[in-house]
Design a protein around this ligand. Structure first.
Ligand SMILES: Cc1cc2nc3c(=O)[nH]c(=O)nc-3n(C[C@H](O)[C@H](O)[C@H](O)COP(=O)(O)O)c2cc1C
Length: 187
């Protein structure tokens, strides 16, 4: 079957793309504005370059057409801490996708434990096995309601026993397949 994308509506295209381009990593992004900590998951997310160390995350709009809080905070403060959920965090991740008003913190409302590692970056979620401390790099203008944001990784946290002397890592994050979550298995 060949699907002609110009004949597929936005919702169906989302369902087909997100169910086919799998698994996608989930960036659980912590940002901050005036002391309010924001945490939200994003799965239109991927690394795009090692030198410089860049990732891209595509952030849509709120229902009222305004910027999602994560995007507004990144554009304002130029900083983001990307964490990665594991299989124990599914419920919290889902809660963090609830639209809240900007002055309300997911971290406080859903009692997400965070830890300040670096002075100049938002705290990381304590349960993450690794975290990327990023600064704003660029945005890419595209048609429609999505803003692809490029972030540069300046520092990384990783649990000591998840990286060896040869820099091989063992991270057990969950990914997104369509609207379900999947854990990784070794083959
Ligand atoms: C697993 C998962 C992945 C998501 N991926 C994205 C995404 O890539 N882009 C996006 O705009 N929203 C995505 N969402 C929805 C946002 O998390 C949701 O809109 C959230 O309320 C945004 O929060 P904010 O306004 O605090 O930034 C995702 C939700 C879930 C549960």
């Amino acid at each position: 079957m060949i699907l002609d994308y110009k004949n597929v509506n936005d919702l169906d295209r989302y369902k087909i793309m997100s169910g086919s381009i799998v698994p996608r990593p989930i960036a659980w992004i912590v940002t901050e504005d005036d002391g309010v900590l924001n945490a939200a998951p994003f799965s239109y997310f991927i690394p795009i370059s090692t030198n410089p160390a860049l990732v891209i995350v595509a952030i849509g709009k709120k229902e009222d057409g305004s910027d999602k809080d994560s995007l507004a905070n990144i554009l304002k403060t130029k900083k983001a801490t990307i964490c990665f959920p594991n299989k124990d965090n599914v419920e919290q991740v889902q809660k963090c996708a609830t639209p809240l008003c900007k002055s309300e913190s997911e971290v406080e409302k859903f009692q997400i434990d965070v830890k300040k590692e670096l002075d100049d970056y938002p705290p990381m979620i304590s349960s993450t096995q690794t975290a990327l401390f990023c600064e704003y790099y660029d945005t890419y203008n595209i048609e429609g309601d999505t803003t692809p944001v490029i972030l540069k990784i300046n520092f990384q946290y990783i649990e000591d026993d998840r990286i060896n002397e040869r820099n091989h890592t063992k991270i057990e994050s969950i990914g997104r397949v369509g609207v379900t979550f999947k854990a990784m298995v070794d083959l």
